[in-house]
Design a binder for this molecule. Structure first.
Ligand code: HPA
Length: 273
């Protein structure tokens, strides 16, 4: 997807939302997209109305952009993300976040569901990503670099912004939500990991394993946006969990965490501007 396609999508977001600029974009992960539905005064734009936006296919990923003002801060909320395992190329996977950044969002909040493999991680935990492991051999920046988007060799030494993480911990304490922190290992899916893969990731330093987020982080850092990411640990990872993994369990945990997740995002989003 070219620079021009990204600019065209950004233009469509501005036009269809009626807001000339947004300062923050949040992407809602598996089972978490209902967050956007309770936001008062939000304008909903179907992904299908924005040129170039990939329409997600997984249950629990709706495919709607919400434009909303929270405490005076214009925010975009992307309910539904395209995953690599659906067959989208990584350029398509990161297209929506690139368009949102091109539409003005200098800060990106990514959310996801993950399996927990770190010491003491439990199903239902909310955790900030402190860093990631890209174990896939894939990268959304493969191919010629477009210097208008960012540099050829982006630095990832602080991919998940330390200042934003500090703010998130403060905000979480203020709304009485427990927020952990850990390293997220990206696997492509769509299979859940094997127990051996989970043990590998754990020994390499992972606390969570999942199928998203890392490409968007890379693309956002490439464009110079600040990134913060929150994972909902929906289950213990394969081999640590005493039961087989299922999408139903992921959805059920997301349902039980909804109130905490909503409280945290309501308080945090306007603080990220
Ligand atoms: N592995 C990968 N992705 C996930 C998991 C998991 O255990 N749980 C929710 N998303």
């Amino acid at each position: 997807m070219s620079y021009h396609a990204i600019q065209a999508a950004a233009g469509a977001i501005k036009r269809l939302s009626g807001r000339p600029g947004h300062t923050v974009v949040a992407i809602l992960g598996s089972g978490l997209s209902s967050y956007a539905e309770h936001l008062p005064g939000a304008t909903a734009i179907p992904y299908a109305d924005i040129p170039g936006f990939p329409v997600p296919k997984v249950a629990g990923h709706a495919g709607t952009v919400y434009s909303v003002e929270m405490e005076g801060i214009p925010i975009l909320i992307l309910a539904g993300r395209a995953h690599f395992y659906e067959g989208h190329g990584l350029e398509q996977v990161v297209f929506a976040v690139r368009a949102a950044i091109a539409a003005g969002a200098g800060t990106v909040l990514l959310t996801n569901a993950s399996g927990g493999c770190g010491d003491d991680f439990e199903a239902g935990d909310l955790a900030l990503l402190s860093d990631h492991l890209n174990l896939t051999g894939q990268n959304p920046l493969f191919g010629p670099n477009d210097d208008r988007l960012g540099s050829r060799f982006p630095d990832l030494s602080a991919a998940y912004d330390p200042d934003l993480r500090r703010i998130a911990h403060e905000v979480a304490a203020g709304v009485d939500v427990e927020l952990r922190e850990g390293v997220y290992a990206w696997f492509t899916g769509p299979t859940y990991e094997t127990p051996a893969e989970v043990q590998m990731a754990r020994r390499l330093g992972a606390d969570m394993v999942g199928m998203s987020t890392v490409p968007e982080t890379i693309a956002a850092r490439h464009m110079g946006a600040r990134v913060i990411a929150i994972s909902l640990v929906t289950n213990l990872a394969a081999g640590i969990s005493p039961v087989p993994l299922s999408h139903e369990e992921v959805q059920e945990t997301a349902d039980t965490a909804r109130e905490r997740f909503t409280g945290l995002l309501d308080a945090l989003l306007p603080r990220l501007a």
